[in-house]
Design a protein around this ligand. Structure first.
Ligand code: FAD
Ligand code: FES
Length: 229
């Protein structure tokens, strides 16, 4: 949880942690993130955490990582760590257009990582969704042990469907409105399971995701009102 005194506190993923520095990547979409974008070196911010679940793999696994938008940031961290465990990693970075692609250079420079790029408008890489690229590769006989995904819920839903269809386990990072971040306020619970995504998530296994009836349909705002995707 990242805090700017006098402004707000929001959940943000870790993009890199090498024991000396923690890196985060923020998209300036609203009050807090636009204020963060104005921060200069030396300005103070508060950090609480880390909270919640993380992606898990076994040594030497073949992993497909799907990233949409700033989802590239945590996926860069995952790729970095997974290759240390001798995993073979294919990363599928997707975005609306070329200008919204993140972490391509960093991901492309990692040994053991194969990078695939997709844009909705075809301005870079494959024209279409990154999940289509993965579907095509699987159709060509490429084998994976797990899928990991972080990005818009529509993308997560598509990965969940592919995971169920091919019976390949997946772990998906679900975003809900978070306040306390450690299980007290109940703002991040999902229907009908009532699990709190700040502690039982944000990374949720697909066998649990498929039981969340609001998955891909709606989420709740800061006062618990339903907001359709
Ligand atoms: C687990 C998790 C990891 C995230 N990682 C990142 C990241 O690495 N980089 C990044 O840019 N963004 C990340 N986000 C989203 C980020 O928290 C919101 O974009 C941010 O809170 C927007 O705040 P704002 O005040 O600038 O915008 P606002 O105008 O207040 O909100 C814009 C939208 O952001 C969402 N939002 C606002 N406050 C929260 C909150 N407290 N909890 C959850 N969603 C909120 C709502 O959907 C809202 O409609 C993550 C969210 C979650 C739940
Ligand atoms: S954010 Fe408070 S319970 Fe999850």
């Amino acid at each position: 949880m990242v805090w700017l005194p006098g402004v707000d506190e929001i959940p943000v993923s870790v993009a890199l942690d090498d024991g000396k520095q923690i890196k985060i990547t923020v998209c300036a979409v609203g009050d807090m993130t636009k204020e963060m974008a104005k921060c200069k070196e030396g300005d103070l911010i508060g950090l609480r955490g880390p909270f919640g679940t993380q992606y898990e793999w076994e040594k030497g696994q073949k992993l497909a990582l799907l990233a949409g938008g700033y989802g590239s940031a945590p996926m860069y961290f995952v790729a970095n760590e997974a290759i240390k465990d001798d995993c073979k990693v294919d990363v599928f970075v997707g975005a609306r257009s070329k200008d919204h692609l993140l972490y391509l250079e960093e991901l492309g420079s990692l040994e053991g990582v194969t990078l695939h790029v997709a844009t909705d408008d075809g301005s870079e890489g494959f024209k279409g969704f990154n999940v289509q690229q993965l579907t095509e590769l699987i159709g060509e006989g490429k084998k994976f042990d797990q899928f990991f995904a972080c990005g818009p819920e529509g993308m997560l839903k598509a990965v969940s469907g592919l995971s169920s269809e091919h019976q390949i386990p997946s772990q998906l990072s679900l975003e809900r409105y978070m306040k306390c971040g450690y299980g007290l306020c109940g703002n991040c619970t999902v229907d009908p399971l009532g699990i709190r995504l700040c502690i039982d998530g944000p990374v949720v296994h697909n066998d649990v995701c498929v039981k969340i009836t609001e998955f891909g349909k709606y989420h709740r705002d800061d006062v618990g009102r339903k907001v359709e995707f």
